[in-house]
Design a protein. Sequence first.
Length: 162
Amino acid sequence: MILDLPLILETRRNHALEHATIHLLSRKLPGQRMAGHSNPTGFFLLGDLTTEQIWESATEAHARLNSGESDLAVHPGCGTNMATSALLAGTFAWFPLRWTKSTLWRVLLIPFALTFAILGYQLSKPLGPWLQKYVTTEADLGSMQIVKIVPVGKGVHRVITK
């Protein structure tokens, strides 16, 4: 399966660890803004965080994912949710307008397009977390290890895994 190809699987596992780390950091530092970006060799964390805070939360997240707390791999602020919402709302809004050639008809159909967009947006709410759980993250970290955490700039850390 394509999701199990090495580079994709490693990215999905790092994405799960990134989410779990952010969940734990958010509980310890309420109100702290942070974001992340995963790839096959680890992930970046952006935010006013210390290396020690990240190390503590990432190692705890790693242990908790390995002990079966797979819900930590799904995060409400994930780009998967945002992309799903935008794609479904936009596609649903486009649907009633797609066959119209006349500007007048397009104007008349705008209320339908907006209604369809809202429907698409509502349908995206459960779909985004589902996509995270089954497609964009992998909570089973396998033999993945956290190698080191490196500050790479003001408010940016690199978590390196193997």
